[in-house]
Design a protein around this ligand. Structure first.
Ligand code: NAP
Ligand code: GDD
Length: 349
């Protein structure tokens, strides 16, 4: 039985990856931060179920800013694989907390790699790299060979993490890989990322709890996939004969505007637009009710306008393909928020 450590296990991806590895027979150890409010909703079904009883799912307090804690955990748990998903992952918030973001996202990665080098260089390491590295893109679509051009403290910190992973692979022959993942969403997505903000907004509007959704740059384009599909690619990267870096994407790009239109369409509302720039608004064509407005509050000092991934290498070498389409993803998220589906938070065991 293999053992894995997951940092960021309470996050969207951490929860899907934990389920995936448990299904594969792994013993999964998650590192969680102490919080004064509950931060384990996405994994509570694992902490209370049969895996926890059999000690196949174990949580440990820790933090990517605390080297001693990481060293101790890696030494005692003796993992075969470490998936570093922990991060301050919100791009806009990284402009507000750039130093914290850099410490956790960049130096946190270094701390793990140093620990692996010292404790057991045979541990396989996955780094959650990001399409944000491409930033103000130098070419489209973006592949493993596209030059990076980051546009936020988040992306600059992830750039350091990317290169320190490559450096430790080259310098110390660690099995260290970067998964350069394009945006991936799910019903478990944090509610301040744009997709979930839209789908929870729609649910609230329909239930009379919210009048409209206030957004920023709705012309930004993203390559959006389903998080549940993407965790398989992470695992596949660590099962190869040698370490490498891989782009994971759908190969389709859509605007935030299109996401809004399709999400409203799914609940029977035809969204029409009027106005320009910050004065643009989205209306229900049948009733004239204002459903979307724009506020400068949600614009970023520097924006990433267009992301579109070329995942040819991942498809060929890992034999991986996304299963859930853009439309299916939107429907899954809208349905989940509308119905308060806890079952999409939970996989029953
Ligand atoms: P997420 O939902 O925001 O989860 C982030 C996780 O990191 C949470 O478990 C969080 O714990 C943890 N964390 C934050 N600061 C930490 C610290 N100082 N020490 C230890 N853990 C810490 O993010 P996600 O969407 O699952 O993404 C997972 C990883 O992939 C992140 O590194 C993200 O940057 C990267 N990524 C995501 C995407 C995407 O589209 N989702 C694309 C490319 C790359 P709390 O619950 O306590 O806050
Ligand atoms: N969050 C947010 N809120 N974004 C908005 C809003 C809004 O009200 N209105 C427009 N947007 C635009 C943003 O400006 C951005 O261009 C796009 O919607 C997507 O924003 P997010 O959903 O916050 O995601 P992100 O692309 O910045 O970052 C996510 O994907 C990265 C991979 O490309 C995060 O998951 C990162 O951690 C990840 O690395």
């Amino acid at each position: 039985m293999k053992k894995a450590i997951i940092t960021g296990i309470t996050g969207q991806d951490g929860s899907y990856l934990a389920e995936f590895l448990l299904d594969k027979g792994y013993e999964v150890h998650g590192i969680i931060r102490r919080s004064s409010s509950q931060n384990t909703q996405r994994i509570d079904h694992l902490s209370t179920g049969k895996f926890a009883e059999e000690e196949k799912f174990v949580l440990h307090f820790g933090d990517l800013s605390d080297s001693n804690n990481l060293n101790k955990l890696i030494y005692h748990i003796e993992p075969d694989e470490i998936y570093n998903l922990g991060a301050q992952s919100h791009v806009k918030i990284s402009f507000d907390v750039p130093e914290f973001t850099s410490d956790v996202n960049a130096i946190g990665t270094l701390r793990l790699l140093e620990s692996i080098k010292e404790v057991n260089p045979n541990i396989r390491f996955y780094q959650a790299s990001s399409s944000e590295l491409f930033g103000k893109v130098k070419e489209t679509p973006q592949s493993e060979n596209t030059p990076f051009n980051p546009r936020s403290p988040y992306a600059v910190a992830k750039l350091y993490a990317y290169w320190i992973t490559v450096n430790y692979r080259d310098a110390y022959e660690l099995f260290a890989t970067n998964g350069i993942l394009f945006n991936h969403e799910s019903p478990r997505r944090g509610k301040t990322f744009v997709t979930r903000k839209i789908t929870t907004g729609i649910s609230n509007i329909i239930k009379g709890r919210q009048d409209k959704i206030i957004l920023g740059n709705i012309d930004a384009k993203r390559d959006w996939g389903f998080a549940g599909d993407y965790v398989e690619a992470m695992w596949l990267m660590l099962q190869q004969d040698s370490p490498d870096d891989y782009v994971v994407a759908t190969g389709e790009t859509h605007t935030v505007r299109e996401f809004c239109e399709l999400a409203f369409e799914h609940v029977g509302i035809d969204l029409v637009w009027d106005g320009e720039g910050e004065n643009e608004k989205g209306f229900d064509s049948a009733t004239g009710k204002e459903l979307i407005s724009i506020s400068s509050q949600f614009f970023r000092p520097t924006e990433v306008d267009l992301l579109l991934g070329d995942a040819t290498k991942t498809q060929q070498k890992l034999n991986w393909k996304p299963k859930v389409s853009f439309k299916e993803l939107i429907h899954m998220m809208v349905d989940s928020d509308l119905n308060n589906y806890n079952n999409l938070y939970r996989k029953e065991y």
